[in-house]
Design a protein around this ligand. Structure first.
Ligand code: GLU
Length: 295
C-alpha cells in the first residue's frame, strides 16, 4: 500500500454524538481514521456532535473522551463542540433563507405524514433514503404575510431546504469525491433531490445534522471524512449544501458497518455492548485493536 501525496497534510475527524457510550463500531471508525492520519502524515480532530439538547448528555462527553484515550487514540487541536456553534449555524441558515433556498415549515411530524399520504394518493408513499415520508412542500407556498405573522407570534417551525431551487442554484454537476484506505480515489454522482425538502434547521436549534456537519467540516479544514456506510446517502445532501455555500468538499470514505451475531448493525439503541462494558470485563484495548485489524 502506498500513501498518496498531498499538497497539504490531510485532516481527518471523528464526530461522535454523546447520546450513548461508544461501541465496537465506533472503535473501528476511529481506529481507521487514526491509522490513515498517522500513515498519511495527517491530523485527527475530535468533534462532539451535540446539537440535540434532548438527547445529548454532557456526562457522556467525558465518558467518550475517556473511552477514546483508553483505546489509545490521541487527537490533534482543540475539541469542537457543536452546541457552542449555534451562532455560526444561525448565520449559515439565515444566508440560505435570504437566498430563498430555505423556508420555514410549521407542520408537525404527523401533519407531514398526512400531507405526504394525501399527495401520494393511491400510489406508494414516497420516502427519503432514511425512510421518512417525503415532504410535499405544504409550507413552501404559504403567503409571505402569513409566514411573517406566524413567526412574529412565535409559532414553532423548522427550516426546510427548497430542494428544486437549491438544485438549480448549485453550480456544476452534483457529486462528491471518494477515497479508499489504499489511497485510490474516485468520484460519485449525487442525487440530492431524493431527500426532498429536507429539514436543515430544527425547531429547537438553528441547524440539523446535515447543516452542522458541512459547516464544521469546512470550519475544521477537514479534507478526508471516514464514517459509516449508513451516512453514504446523506452525502448527496452534504455535497449539495457545500456547493450552495461555496464550501470545499472533503473526500469521503464510507466504511462497512460492523454487525452483531444476529446480523444487525451495532447500535446504542439496540443495547450493543459498549467499549465501557468490554473494559469492565477486563478486555484490553490491544485486543480490541487487534480484533479490528489494527496493530
Ligand atoms: N455524529 C454522527 C454519528 O455519531 C457521525 C456524523 C459524521 O461522521 O458525519 O453517527
Amino acid at each position: 500500500m502506498t500513501a498518496p501525496t498531498f499538497r497539504f497534510a490531510p485532516t481527518f475527524r471523528f464526530a461522535p454524538s454523546p447520546n450513548g457510550r461508544l461501541h465496537l463500531g465506533h472503535a473501528w471508525s476511529v481506529l481507521l481514521n487514526a491509522d490513515l492520519a498517522r500513515r498519511w502524515g495527517g491530523r485527527l480532530l475530535l468533534r462532539i456532535e451535540d446539537i440535540d439538547p434532548g438527547r445529548s448528555r454532557p456526562d457522556l462527553v467525558s465518558a467518550i473522551q475517556d473511552d477514546l484515550a483508553w483505546l489509545g487514540i490521541a487527537f490533534d487541536g482543540t475539541v469542537l463542540r457543536q452546541s457552542e456553534r449555534m451562532p455560526a449555524y444561525r448565520s449559515v441558515l439565515g444566508g440560505l433563507a435570504a437566498r430563498s433556498l430555505a423556508y420555514p415549515c410549521f407542520c408537525s411530524r404527523s401533519e407531514v405524514g398526512a400531507a405526504a399520504r394525501a399527495a401520494a394518493g393511491d400510489g406508494p408513499l414516497p420516502r427519503d433514503p432514511d425512510g421518512a415520508p417525503l415532504y410535499p412542500g405544504t409550507c413552501r407556498i404559504l403567503p409571505e404575510i402569513s409566514v411573517s405573522a406566524r413567526i412574529a407570534r412565535g409559532e414553532p417551525h423548522t427550516w426546510r431546504l427548497a430542494m428544486d431551487r437549491a438544485c438549480a442554484a448549485a453550480p456544476g454537476p452534483s457529486g462528491f469525491s471518494t477515497f479508499a484506505p489504499d489511497g485510490t480515489t474516485g468520484s460519485v454522482r449525487a442525487d440530492p433531490a431524493r431527500w426532498g425538502d429536507s429539514v436543515i434547521g430544527r425547531r429547537d436549534v438553528p441547524t440539523s445534522y446535515h447543516l452542522a456537519v458541512v459547516t464544521d467540516d469546512a470550519a475544521q479544514g477537514i479534507t478526508n471524512v471516514v464514517r459509516g456506510a449508513d451516512l453514504l446517502a446523506a452525502t448527496d445532501l452534504h455535497a449539495l449544501l457545500q456547493a450552495l455555500l461555496g464550501l470545499p468538499g472533503p473526500r469521503y470514505h464510507h466504511h462497512a458497518l460492523l454487525l452483531d451475531a444476529t446480523g444487525a448493525k451495532l447500535a446504542k439503541s439496540r443495547g450493543s455492548q459498549s467499549l465501557a462494558d468490554l473494559r469492565a470485563q477486563g478486555v484490553e484495548p490491544e485486543s480490541i485493536r487487534a480484533q479490528l485489524g489494527f496493530s
